[in-house]
Design a protein around this ligand. Structure first.
Ligand code: PGA
Ligand code: ZN
Length: 425
C-alpha cells in the first residue's frame, strides 16, 4: 500500500517541439515523474489525446489536460492509499467515465499511471523493469531485438502516399548491445551510401531519427538498406522490416503508394514480392485500420512466413485485439502506452497477445521525450521486440541507453538474455 502525497502536472515540450504533459507524483519515498508521448499517424480508434485548440501553440497546447490532473485527479488521489497500480488505474478510468478517456484525456491519465508505477517500484526497492515484471507475471526477463527505423517516410518526413518506416532488425546476435552496435554501424554505412548517391541533403533526419532521401523510391530505399547491411558485414544477421502506416494512403477501398493504385488483393501481391526480394521479416499496418478483409487476406497468405503487426488496427486495445484474434487478422501486437492510456491496460494487452501466441513489439511514438519508461516496459514484459526509432537523437537514444543499463544490471545476475536468435538466425 502506498499513499500518494500529491500529484502535479505541467506542460513541457516533446521532440517535435509540441506541448505534452509531464506529471510529478510524490510519496514518502520521493518524487516520481513521467512524460506522455504523441503520435502523428495516429489511429482513429486510439484513446483521446486532449489538445486545447486555442491560439497558443497553434491549437496544440495541453493546458486542459494539465488542469484535469491538477484540479480533478490530484484532489481525488492525494492523501489516499492505493494497494496496486491496477487500483489507481481503475480509479482514474472511473473518474474519467468514458470508453476512450475523452473526459480527462489519455494524456492526463497516462503520466499519472506511469509516475505511480515508478513510485510503486521504488517503494518495493525494485528497478522499474523488475516491478513491471512482477505486475505482468514475467518469469524471465528478455532484452528486445531493436527495430531501428533508419529511413523515415510518410508523415514523419513530410510526404504523402508513402511507406512510413524502413527498419533494420539486428536479430542474429548473442546480446542486445551487440545487436545495437551492428544496427548502428549499418545506420552509419547507410548514411554514406545515401550521401554518395543523392548528396548531403538525403542524410537529413526525419521525426524518428531516420534519414529522408527525398527522391528515393521504395525499391531504392530497400536496395540501399540491403547494400548497407552487406557492406557493414552483417548479411544474414541484420534483417529488414516495414511499417507501412497504410491508413494514411487508403482511400475509397484502395491504396495509393507513390501515385500507383492497388486493390487490397494487389497490395497482398505487392508485399509478397517485397518479402521475396528483400527478405522482409515483419510488416506493420500493411492494411488500413478498418480494412479487416485486407488484413485477413494478407495474414492467411503471409502469416506463417513473416510477422504481421497491428498498430492502428489494434490500438493496444483488448477489445480490438479480440476482434483481430477471432478474425485471424494478424500475428503480432504493436504496444503503445498512450494508445490505451494506462500502464495496467497496456500490460493486459500484452498478456492477451502472449496467450494468443502473438508476438509483442513495444513502441515509442514519433513525438517522444527523454522519458525512457518503455525501455523498462519492454524488458519487464519480456516482449522480445522494441521499436524505438533510429539510433540517433536523444529522445530515441534515451531508450537505447536505458536498455544498455538494464542489460548491464541483468548481466550482474547472469540473466541478460537477448531475444535474438544468435548468429545463425
Ligand atoms: P506515430 O507513428 O507515433 O506517428 O503514430 C508510429 C507508428 O505508426 O508506429
Ligand atoms: Zn505504425
Amino acid at each position: 500500500m502506498v499513499k500518494i502525497v500529491s500529484v502535479h502536472a505541467r506542460q513541457v515540450l516533446d521532440s517535435r517541439g509540441n506541448p505534452t504533459v509531464e506529471a510529478e507524483l510524490s510519496t514518502s519515498r520521493g518524487h516520481f515523474s513521467a512524460i506522455v508521448p504523441s503520435g502523428a499517424s495516429t489511429g482513429a480508434h486510439e484513446a483521446m489525446e486532449l489538445r486545447d485548440g486555442a491560439k497558443e501553440y497553434a491549437g496544440k497546447g495541453v493546458l486542459k489536460a494539465v488542469e484535469n490532473v491538477n484540479s480533478i485527479i490530484s484532489p481525488k488521489v492525494s492523501g489516499r492509499d492505493f494497494f496496486s497500480l491496477d487500483e489507481l488505474d481503475s480509479f482514474l478510468n472511473s473518474l474519467d467515465g468514458t470508453a476512450n478517456k475523452s473526459a480527462l484525456g489519455a494524456n492526463a491519465i497516462l503520466p499519472v499511471s506511469m509516475a505511480f508505477c515508478r513510485a510503486l517500484a521504488s517503494h518495493e526497492s525494485m528497478r522499474l523493469f523488475e516491478y513491471i515484471g512482477r505486475v505482468s507475471g514475467t518469469k524471465d526477463f528478455v532484452l528486445p531485438v531493436p527495430f531501428l527505423n533508419v529511413l523515415n517516410g510518410g508523415k514523419h518526413a513530410g510526404r504523402e502516399n508513402d511507406i512510413q518506416e524502413h527498419m533494420l532488425v539486428p536479430s542474429g546476435f548473442a546480446s542486445f548491445s551487440e545487436a545495437l552496435r551492428a544496427g548502428t554501424e549499418t545506420y552509419h554505412v547507410l548514411k554514406g551510401i545515401l550521401r554518395k548517391k543523392y548528396g548531403g541533403e538525403a542524410a537529413l533526419l526525419g521525426d524518428e531519427g531516420g534519414f529522408c532521401p527525398k527522391s528515393a523510391s521504395l525499391d531504392d530505399r530497400l536496395e540501399m538498406m540491403g547494400k548497407a547491411v552487406s557492406e557493414a558485414g552483417y548479411s544474414g544477421e541484420v534483417h529488414i522490416a516495414l511499417d507501412c502506416a497504410s491508413s494514411e494512403f487508403f482511400k475509397d477501398g484502395n491504396y495509393n503508394i507513390d501515385g500507383k493504385e492497388y486493390t487490397p488483393m494487389e497490395l497482398v501481391d505487392f508485399y509478397a514480392a517485397l518479402v521475396e526480394r528483400f527478405g522482409l521479416v515483419s510488416i506493420e499496418d500493411g492494411f488500413a485500420e478498418d480494412d479487416w478483409s485486407g488484413w485477413r487476406l494478407f495474414n492467411s497468405r503471409m502469416g506463417k512466413k513473416i510477422e504481421i503487426v497491428g498498430d492502428d488496427l489494434l490500438v493496444t486495445s483488448v477489445s480490438r485485439m479480440k476482434a483481430a484474434i477471432e478474425r485471424k487478422a494478424c500475428n503480432a501486437l504493436l504496444l503503445k502506452v498512450n494508445q490505451i492510456g494506462t500502464v495496467t491496460e497496456s500490460v493486459e494487452a500484452a498478456r492477451l497477445a502472449f496467450r494468443s501466441q502473438w508476438r509483442v513489439m513495444v513502441s515509442h511514438r514519433s513525438g517522444e521525450s527523454e522519458d525512457s519508461f518503455i525501455s523498462d516496459l519492454v524488458v519487464g514484459l519480456a516482449a522480445g521486440q522494441s521499436k524505438f526509432g533510429a539510433p540517433a537523437r536523444s529522445e530515441r537514444t534515451a531508450k537505447y541507453n536505458q536498455l544498455l543499463r538494464i542489460e548491464e544490471a541483468l548481466a550482474e545476475t547472469g540473466k541478460a538474455k537477448f531475444a535474438g536468435k544468435g548468429p545463425s538466425a
